[in-house]
Design a protein around this ligand. Sequence first.
Ligand SMILES: O=C[C@H](O)COP(=O)(O)O
Length: 358
Amino acid sequence: MDKTEKGTPAASKKPAQVSSGQTVPALSVVPVSSALTVSGQGAHARNPGTALKPEWFDAIEVNLSATERRAATLGGRRTVKKEYQAAWLVKAVQCIDLTTLAGDDTPGRVHRLALKARRPIREDIVAALGLADTPPTVGAVCVYPTMVGPAVKALAGSGIPVASVATGFPAGLTPLPQRLAEIRYAVDQGAGEIDIVINRAQVLTQDWNGLYDEIRAMREACGEAHLKAILATGDLKTLRNVYKASMVAMMAGSDFIKTSTGKEDVNATLPVSLTMLRALRDYGEFTGEAVGFKPAGGLRTAKDALAWLALMKEELGRPWLEPNLFRIGASSMLADIERQLEHFVTGRYSALTHHALA
Ligand SMILES: O=C[C@H](O)COP(=O)(O)O
């Protein structure tokens, strides 16, 4: 199953220059199944969805111990070193949905987060990496609906989209009309991406028609905004449910499937992510559509970022290492990544407190 070459990633043909004479190679290009429709970075291909087809997932079985064994190969063995690690970490930054979802969020906090989103890596580190001409930015800024306006204002001209959680985040248990109205409000405020939460009861009672119809209605309420469906996998009890909910969300037209809100007891894990990616791959084989993936919740370290990047590359290939198909939802991972990059360019570790929070 695991065919990735030793010491991934392979060097690309055009490495970016680093001032010290080292290079930060771009990630290797590994072709994904040529059957899939894959858009380029920054392009906005939508997943149109399909009719509900329970026959695609009804008989699914997930082997828990095999899933856990496979997931366990990702954290330790696959170490990526030096300039390769730096390249992977820069890539992770470009895929982060920089998030604040706290009860005490203010326009001021969102403004500060937006400044960090524009320049997620300190200028001297960016210069030392040889990326001063094309400084990386994050994938999006993710906030509550009433913070979309301030976020849009603070990000004006940056090209960084604002993502809004909606539909009664995090529980999703308000009546459907209110949940749809919340989506429309966030879109009206300027959100380009909507992170909806599913109604977990519909999964737990196997009400696939109900789940499909609600997500379909949410997609319609999104209009042009992209829909990310948060499955809140920590609430779904079994990996079989995770697979089925992933399939229904994609059939209903989700552009991304996302693991967690960050508020469940258990958030993003590698076994759950692997299960979702297998569903995503199967959906791609059935329909030819490429759907994005967003692990979120509890991801804090550069090591987490590397493990998930390895998972994406091995399971889906190079196109799923770009922000149009991969995001990491995180409120406090960036500081550790910046610290690791600083170590790469200076040879020294600084305290986490030397890096802006986020
Ligand atoms: O969608 C993003 C998550 O809510 C972030 O969770 P986190 O605060 O554990 O990073």
